[in-house]
Write a protein that binds this ligand. Sequence first.
Ligand code: HEM
Length: 512
Amino acid sequence: ISCRYYCYYSRVMKAKKITASRRRSLGLTQWPIVGILPAIVGNIHRILDGVTALLASSDMNFQCRFWFAGFRYFITCDPANVRHIFTSNFENYPKGDVFAEMFDILGGGVFSSDGDRWRRQRAKAQMLMTTPRYRAFVARSSLDKVDKSVLPFLSHVASTSDATCDLQDVFTRWSFDTTCNLVFGVDPGCLAIGLPDVPFARAMDDVLRTVFLRHVMPVTCWKSMRWLNVGHEKKNAEARRTADSFVAATIASRRAAYETRDADKSAADLLSSFICDDDISNDPEADVYIRDMTMNLLVAGRDATSSALSWFMYLIATNPRVEKKLLEELAPIAARKPPPCHNNNGSAMVSFEASELKNLLYLHATVCECLRLYPSLPMEHKAVVSRDVLPSGHEVRPGDKILVFNYSMGRMKRVWGPDRREFRPERWISEDGKLRYVPSNKFVAFNSGPRTCLGKEMVLVQMKVTVAAVAWNFAIQVVPGHVVEPKLSIILHMKNGLRVRVARRRSSAKLQ
Ligand code: HEM
């Protein structure tokens, strides 16, 4: 971001009665010509906490612009504005063309499209993802993956001499395999002892890295690089070829299987459902539609889920009080399982069915609390169609960009109270022991309004099945000295991974 950063942020600050000394304490001195650009560049490594501090001091909203490029940004984490932008005046705030271009990997799929196209894609995906058959498939395959991959892998790590691994890498592999299986009905086997290199997974990493760089580079710059086919844009083009050929080959072989009647008629993965759907199959553009839809679900699901799992295990490992309460909640279910081989993984390890975990209040509260503090998508991007005045009193105009900071929302005193920085699942439980209702414009981890995450129910099942089994069977400890901090990315990954020491729990030690 090598530009003069002009903003009328100072006017907003003044309006909000923020003193110059307070601004200086945030490192936000207004310099002549360059404005607060030095502060932004100097804090780029901690941009999420920097923006959070700024939002906390400016009543949860501020506005700024890059004059040289004609960009105006409105930055917010105000629940009233979120309700307005995501729900009450939804039609005025699409994702916009720039977003669709940055995410060109998604084609015209549900995640990046707007208007009627988005509506049709969403309705179709929602219909297929909410059937009892698909829900049962999610529950079954999540448990299967835990039994056959996650527990054996961690057991192997625990038996090695240093017993350490990067848990974030484990969950990214887990998530890729699981999402591929749910979307394509194929498990690429990324999470296996030896951690094999899978070209499709590597290609998806390269593509998403490029999407992030497109968010932080001037548009003309990355577009020129794309045109010249150099740097990360060149790598991206190669990665897209790998990803597209995997998807095209998978669609072609599944279609062939259906045509020769070799296909597994009981398959519940989304690709099979799309191929069997008459509306989609009769469309002359069916393969493009299926390619876009499946690629969108893969991109939407994979990294968000692995990020959530990594932060969950980090929070449990560093909060023994919460870990103990979770194990106490799981203990009666584990006790009901017949000894000595408690489940279908052939070992003495215990795993839990989705149906057994469905009503566990503390487990649910812990997942929500984790996503409050560490939402997998730390910010969201909206365009403005016509002039509007937001509930905060700020005016936005066509051409403005709105960035909603989900990460900051979870850290606002006015939204979550003075203990907002504490990891305290109890805040989700009411005095009468029920789950407390929290509106989605305040808990934005899964978005709010008509574009609410389509994978929400599915991911809650996957997360609970996985974290319950890992926490019950293994004591996870962050390797001393390992620094855990957010990475600069569109997904809230950990910059240095999550280096942990893994030990099998003895039954007698589980509740100590
Ligand atoms: C912990 C995991 C997840 C989190 C925190 C999460 C969060 C979100 C958020 C914040 C959005 C809105 C993004 C935006 O508009 O820019 C979104 C959209 C979406 N998510 Fe998720 N997601 C997760 C997992 C999944 C999974 C596993 C799937 C399905 C495979 C999925 C499918 C979608 C889809 C299709 C959309 C687009 C909805 C639309 O625009 O109408 N998500 N998700």
